[in-house]
Design a protein around this ligand. Structure first.
Ligand code: BTN
Length: 216
């Protein structure tokens, strides 16, 4: 059962930080931390994650012995939980019509058998960024949390081939012109380890980290 016990903060620094502290204190698999507002929300690649107070689902889960494909499975689960059609922009941003509605931050120590899965979804408002969007209040935060816990409960247990198939069916970069720090090309999917495959002038390259942008 994931989502129990649950600790809710009206305001906290970062639900991932709180979940990490609970993990270190021995919290069981499935422990959930939520917040109405974060003062130091974290994003991938050392970025911050900001959301207007009370407007977003901000949650982190303590996972013991997490599956290898956790970031991929989590992205599929978020898409499934949303009330509208969504796509995954590698590695695990969730997009609606090419704008980001949700982000996923996995932190952990695989060798110690734990991970914290942090998810932020813009439910009723988005930060004032051109690339951000929200669900426009189509669902409430608590309803979305229920849907997401149900979806995660399923997808975190599915075998890797099923996760890969589901991820690939929602790949926002497939067939798209993309650029990254060291090159550009066309997205041609992900490999079985979750690396992004890009067809370039010098052949197909696999990107296993970093940031990729659409060219148009
Ligand atoms: C990203 O897209 O860069 C990842 C964003 C992850 C944000 C969520 S909000 C809840 C949890 N707590 C954090 O500090 N970050 C994650």
């Amino acid at each position: 059962m994931i989502g129990r016990p649950r600790v809710h903060h009206r305001v906290t620094d970062s639900t991932n930080e709180r979940a990490r502290a609970l993990t270190a204190a021995g919290a069981p698999h499935g422990t959930l931390v939520t917040a109405g507002e974060q003062t130091a929300g974290r994003g991938r690649q050392g970025r911050t994650w900001a959301a207007p107070p009370g407007s977003a689902l901000l949650m982190s889960l303590v996972l013991r012995d997490p599956p290898e494909a956790l970031p991929l499975a989590a992205a599929v689960a978020v898409c499934e939980a949303l009330p509208v059609e969504a796509a995954i922009k590698w590695p695990n941003d969730i997009w609606i019509e090419r704008r980001k509605v949700a982000g996923i931050l996995v932190e952990g120590r695989p060798q110690e058998g734990w991970a914290v899965l942090g998810i932020g979804v813009n439910v009723s408002a988005a930060p004032p960024l051109p690339e951000a969007t929200s669900l426009g209040g189509a669902v409430g935060v608590e309803d979305l949390l229920d849907r997401l816990l149900t979806a995660l409960g399923g997808w975190l247990r599915r075998p890797l081939p099923e996760v890969l198939t589901a991820w690939r069916s929602r790949d926002a970069l497939l067939g798209e012109a993309v650029r990254w720090q060291n090159g550009s090309g066309k997205g041609v999917g992900i490999d079985d380890a979750g690396a992004l495959l890009v067809d370039t002038d010098s052949g197909v390259v696999a990107l296993d980290a970093g940031e990729v942008h659409l060219l148009r």
